[in-house]
Design a protein around this ligand. Structure first.
Ligand code: WT7
Length: 657
């Protein structure tokens, strides 16, 4: 494996972890999924998934469960037809559960809440679907959604799904440039946005970024604007339309059309190892089957009694699968929160759990670590005895955070499910089952029933227990990505070239099997960083830096960070014409990256250097830069073209510090 000295060390410590947490007896006795499911699924995988697809309501049943005739372009449930939005709303209303709360929406300003029943959600989705059609959106057209965490964001996604218009949700924290490039890549003709949203107690504008994006692409025909904060917005009568004007007045009747199981549902962009984000394409039948089944199995969901809360943003895949499609297909009541965890005060999340009696809570290790730092007095002020299951996602959860989560938030009783998956996988792949698995702090454990994963060496051979290698998925699964939007070649190249002959999907993560064969995911083996559970590409940030007129060259690495898992560290060579760049140069460059990509990509640290370490073939040795950024002794420099470069860098930094 590349660059594993520091992760090997971490892993050695991890594997000394001997604590085990057996499933609570009552949970095990009533579990949705029991231990026999693993063998049953492995025996006949297509039959197992066909059984799970029965969770959905199909307008027409499929002919073939898995069509692998054109691998790796797999198809699932071909011949079947369904409507995703019908499955998420109408069918619950038709089954007499229209008065059940679908969403307890909690705005960031205290007291600003809305309870939305399934019947109300259905009406709003129908109105929005009618409005989109009236605005000229047809099945197959792409719609970009750039919104805060307000109910209309979920309504917008479901309305798109209802009329067969694939959505591409762009995280509200991304820049106008990022929005424009995604609009361009998938050729979206309509954008749904809002005037702004609340962040840390203040309204934060969104519409201006859409206006700016429109100066960079001329594809956008209409912009549909939800009024959320009431702040002033610039207005273009030819393009901009208020949501209230066209959705509010539309009919609540809308007949959902049944689409092919393989009809595109959405495109979600994610960073790859090159500068250009990849448009991950998910389709309808297999994706919804995967989202619904995993939500039921991994969280042991009891829709009649559970109150579920996932703290993700709909701008990421977690929000798609575990706020919108999985939970709503399963008809559960869930909490959706607009704001930041510490607004107006640090105990806000725990107060929400107490107020709504949340039973299943799903969040990210980076959040858990930041609460750990603040001390347990804060969560201890709230009664969280309703919690029965805790989930973690986005990056490896370190044992300390796992134990704190279990003890403080879970009352030493609720199991923690550490769920490994990716934008590409669409749904959870490797995770304990809360009623079956004895959890180990730090391990995602084993592939869930229906999924076949392994850790292999560079030839694709399964490594023995106790060894490390690359994480692969060895059999196709229903919620898998179908391709990269408009780029079949890159799809094959990125995921199937490495172990294509074996038919293995290459996940891009390093992992280790412990002595029992349980999987410990170590992190990316490509040039992708994981900052607060969000994927960022080193190359993308490097391109942003070199687009600044004062920058000649840049190298970016992800360095270990106590709070965010990894943090962006940049090494920059300035152009001669820039002199020393001036005292403000670091601030200037940080602001530049923020503007080009978005706040999450802002480097924690920028080091101005005279040289970068390169091999004789000119490849930057990021491993050495990571040593510097993580304050380690610099490793083996023998493959450097000029071995004095590293001392030049360290000397320069010491002088500067
Ligand atoms: C990458 C995928 C899946 C939704 C959120 C992130 C890392 C994710 C875990 C976990 C260790 C994890 C991997 C993966 N990752 N979950 N439980 N343990 N690593 O989705 O942005 O597509 O990122 O996140 O490195 O490849 P994403």
């Amino acid at each position: 494996m590349t660059d594993s000295s520091s992760s090997e060390e971490t892993l050695a410590n991890l594997l000394k972890e001997e604590r085990r947490f057996e499933p609570p007896a009552d949970l095990a006795a009533n579990a949705n999924v029991t231990a026999d499911a693993y063998a049953r699924a492995a025996q006949d995988r297509p039959a197992f998934w066909a059984e799970q697809a029965e969770r959905l309501t199909w307008a027409e049943r499929w002919d073939t469960v898995l069509d692998d005739s054109n691998a790796p372009f797999f198809k699932w449930f071909t011949g079947g037809k369904l409507n995703a939005s019908y499955n998420c709303v109408d069918r619950h209303v038709e089954a007499g559960r229209g008065d059940k709360v679908a969403i307890h929406w909690v705005g960031e300003p205290v007291g600003d809440t809305r309870d939305i029943t399934y019947a109300q959600l259905k009406d709003e989705v129908c109105q929005a679907a009618n409005a989109l059609t009236a605005l000229g959106v047809n099945a197959g057209d792409r719609v970009a959604i750039y919104m805060p965490m307000i109910p209309e964001a979920i309504v917008a996604m479901l309305a798109c799904a209802r009329i067969g218009a694939p959505h591409t949700v762009v995280f509200g924290g991304f820049s106008a440039d990022a929005l424009a490039s995604r609009i361009d890549d998938c050729q979206a003709k309509l954008v749904i946005t809002s005037d702004g949203g609340y962040r840390r107690g203040a309204p934060a504008a969104l519409k201006p970024a859409v206006d700016e994006a429109r100066t960079k692409t001329d594809l956008v025909e209409k912009v549909l604007v939800v009024r959320r904060t009431g702040q002033d917005v610039a207005w273009d009568d030819a393009v901009d339309v208020w949501w209230d004007d066209v959705v509010g007045g539309a009919s609540t009747e809308h007949a959902p059309e049944a689409f092919d199981a393989e009809h595109p549902l959405y495109v979600m962009y994610t960073s790859g190892s090159t500068g250009k984000p990849k448009g991950i394409l998910h389709t309808t039948g297999g994706y919804l089957t995967g989202a619904s089944y995993t939500h039921h199995a991994v969280f042991d969901l009891k829709p009649e009694t559970d109150v579920y809360w996932c703290t993700a943003d709909i701008g990421w895949v977690t929000g798609h699968s575990y706020i919108v499609y999985g939970p709503l297909a399963n008809g559960v009541t869930q909490v959706v929160y607009e704001g930041t965890p510490d607004a107006p005060e640090r105990g806000r999340w725990w107060q929400i759990i107490e107020q709504y009696g949340v039973t299943i809570f799903y969040t990210a290790p980076t959040a858990i670590r930041s609460f750990m730092k603040q001390g347990r007095e804060i969560p201890d002020r709230s009664d969280m005895s309703s919690i029965r299951i805790l989930g973690s996602v986005g990056e490896p959860i370190n044992p300390e955070a796992y134990i704190w989560y279990r003890t403080v938030i879970g009352g030493d009783r609720a199991p923690v499910v550490d769920t490994w998956w990716q934008t590409e996988t669409g749904a959870i792949m490797i995770s304990p089952l809360p009623g079956v698995t004895a959890g180990k702090p730090g391990s995602a454990m084993t592939a869930i029933p229906g999924i076949a994963a392994d850790v292999v060496d560079d030839k694709g051979r399964s490594v023995p227990n106790g060894s490390g290698g690359y994480l692969v998925v060895t059999e196709p699964w229903p919620s898998m990505l179908r391709t990269l939007w408009g780029d079949d070649d890159r799809y094959v190249e990125t995921y199937w070239k490495t172990y294509g002959d074996l038919g293995y999907y290459f996940a891009g993560d390093g992992a280790k099997k412990d002595i029992d064969g349980d999987i410990w995911v170590l992190g990316r083996v490509d040039d992708v960083m994981n900052v607060s559970g969000h994927r960022l590409s080193t190359t993308e940030i490097e391109s942003a830096l070199v687009s600044h007129p004062k920058v000649a060259e840049a190298a970016v690495v992800g360095a270990k960070d106590e709070d965010t898992g990894q943090a962006v560290c940049a090494f920059v060579i300035l152009r001669e014409s820039a002199g020393d760049g001036g005292s403000e140069i670091v601030q200037e460059l940080r602001a530049h990256v923020r503007k080009e990509i978005g706040p999450i990509a802002t480097p924690r640290q920028i080091m101005i250097v005279a040289e970068l370490p390169k091999t004789r073939s000119g490849k930057i040795m990021r491993r050495l830069l990571r040593d510097v950024a993580e304050h380690r002794e610099v490793g083996d420099v023998t493959t450097l073209a000029d071995s004095s470069v590293m001392s030049l860098i360290s000397d320069g930094l010491n002088k500067g510090a």
